[in-house]
Design a protein around this ligand. Sequence first.
Ligand code: FNR
Length: 188
Amino acid sequence: MSADTLHFVVLIGSLRKDSINAAVARTLPSLVPEGVNVSFLGSIGDFPHYNADVQDEGFPEPVLKMAAQIKASDGVIIVTPEYNYSVPGVLKNAIDWLSRLSPQPFTGKPLAIQTASPGAIGGARAQYHLRQMLVFLDAFVLNKPEIMIGQSTQKVDPEKLVLTDAKTGAYITKQISALADLARRLRS
Ligand code: FNR
């Protein structure tokens, strides 16, 4: 691996075993452009409910581990469903935990968002709530290309649980290339 290789970490916003979003995420290693590799962060289901009293006793190990992996990365890709026109509570909980650390791991981090939904507009509304949180956390969220995968059940192999739609895959490659460009611009 060359010193110029960018390493992005992937955060999945669904805990579901057969998650469509996890299926999209699982396909990312085969879609990244040259000069980029990806690895997966742990499950946000391992985080307890955020409680400042628990924090006062010490940050839970899974939170510290994920924060260190984000800090060490060149960028983050969040792949998440939309719940009730917003982000799943479990993802908000994870962001709340990570946001309490100092240094805060999302600060200055290039970040791309992907959402997938069986519905028509592919989780677009969750993306804008997520962007709003990431403004406060001072991440550099990539504007375009936006990846909002509608009718997603038709684009994922239900057995293998990977993305099979080539057009969507090509858009994802474009988005990760744009994230890599952003990361290189921020680094220089
Ligand atoms: C949903 N779903 C959903 N879909 C959508 O496009 N907009 C929405 O606001 C919601 N709201 C919502 C709330 C809750 C509580 C659930 C459980 C589901 C449907 C959702 O997109 C669908 O279940 C996806 O398959 C969930 O993503 P994963 O787990 O397959 O990645």
